[in-house]
Ligand binder design. Structure first.
Ligand code: AMP
Length: 300
């Protein structure tokens, strides 16, 4: 390709990027003013809450939101309230500049990236406590204050953005069900939509935390999904739930994981189930490779 052609193409790419670069705002008031302008113009608004360190999984949520709304807000906020005292809040990856660049390529319109004191100003005194799916004895057994932190921030973000639709990933399945419940219980009119889990070619669910894995751990990591898939296949083939779970747990442990849980639950409520006719069913797992905790889940 002639260098003038390359220059022209680079310019086109740059122009396209510039055209779609999101507005970056860090104040609730600015967010609200922009939302009001879009509303006055008659646009539907979509919201995608994230903690940043964006990957293709996040991008797929933006694409899903764009199917339902003309203006898309992506929030980037590492929410201290959902991390336990011994968890990775301090070292959680923060890559705002790269995140904004990524958002420019997918046509997000606004990136809301507030500082902690904008969300939790001095004197902040409210915490949303949930039961139901947030107390299913899955993630909540290992991260006791996690869902109240999630519920608090999500209630705030939904109130701040007043979006028509908000998209959450099935990757965090218990969180997705808890948020659906939260929106219903608090009469928040935003429609909650789910998006499927995006995976690396070897099956590992994409996650901002995958960067913590050593190269040896990264090699082993897809075994979690592999075991869930095979356990689901066994259940569909008629194997009893207990036997399939035992097989799954043994396989995941043998691969080198320290298991927090490998469970099968009702897909809508996360209630315990006795046999495969109690469905629809969902297999859910959390396990550590070294110090990195991975979660995954699949439909049966
Ligand atoms: P996070 O930034 O990890 O808090 O995730 C923000 C949103 O992205 C949540 O709704 C997650 O469920 C979703 N998400 C995270 N990983 C994936 C993935 N691999 N595929 C689809 N959605 C994802």
């Amino acid at each position: 390709m002639a260098s003038s052609d390359i220059e022209a193409r680079t310019k086109r790419q740059r122009d396209r990027k510039t055209m779609t670069a999101p507005i970056v705002v860090d104040r609730i008031e600015t967010l609200r003013a922009q939302v009001a302008r879009w509303r006055a113009e008659g646009h539907k608004i979509g919201l995608v809450p994230t903690m940043g360190a964006l990957h293709q999984g996040h991008v797929s949520l933006v694409e899903e939101a764009r199917k339902h709304a003309a203006r898309i807000i992506v929030t980037i906020f590492v929410n201290p309230a959902q991390f336990g005292p011994s968890e990775d809040f301090g070292k959680y990856p923060r890559t705002l500049e790269a995140d904004v660049e990524k958002l420019a390529t997918v046509g997000a319109d606004l990136c809301f990236a507030p500082p902690v004191d904008e969300i939790y100003p001095k004197g902040f005194s409210t915490r949303v406590e949930m039961s139901g799916p947030a107390r299913a004895e899955l993630e909540d057994s290992f991260r006791p204050s996690h869902f109240s932190g999630v519920a608090t921030i999500v209630a705030k973000l939904l109130n701040q953005a007043q979006a028509d639709v908000a998209v959450f990933g099935e990757k965090d399945y218990q969180q997705l069900l808890a948020i659906r419940r939260l929106a219903r219980d608090l009469d928040i009119p935003t429609q909650i939509r789910a998006a499927p889990t995006l995976r690396e070619p070897d099956g590992l669910a994409m996650s901002s935390r995958n960067v913590y894995l050593s190269s040896e751990e990264r090699r082993v990591a897809p075994a979690l999904y592999g075991a869930l898939r095979e356990a689901a296949r066994r259940i569909r083939a008629g194997e009893g739930l207990g036997a399939a779970l035992d097989w799954g747990r043994a396989t995941i442990a043998e691969a080198g994981f320290a298991i927090d849980y490998v469970e099968i639950r009702h897909a809508d409520t996360l209630a315990r189930v006795k046999n495969s006719h109690d469905g629809p069913l969902r297999l859910l797992a959390a396990a550590k490779l070294g110090s990195t905790r991975l979660i995954d889940n699949i439909a049966v």
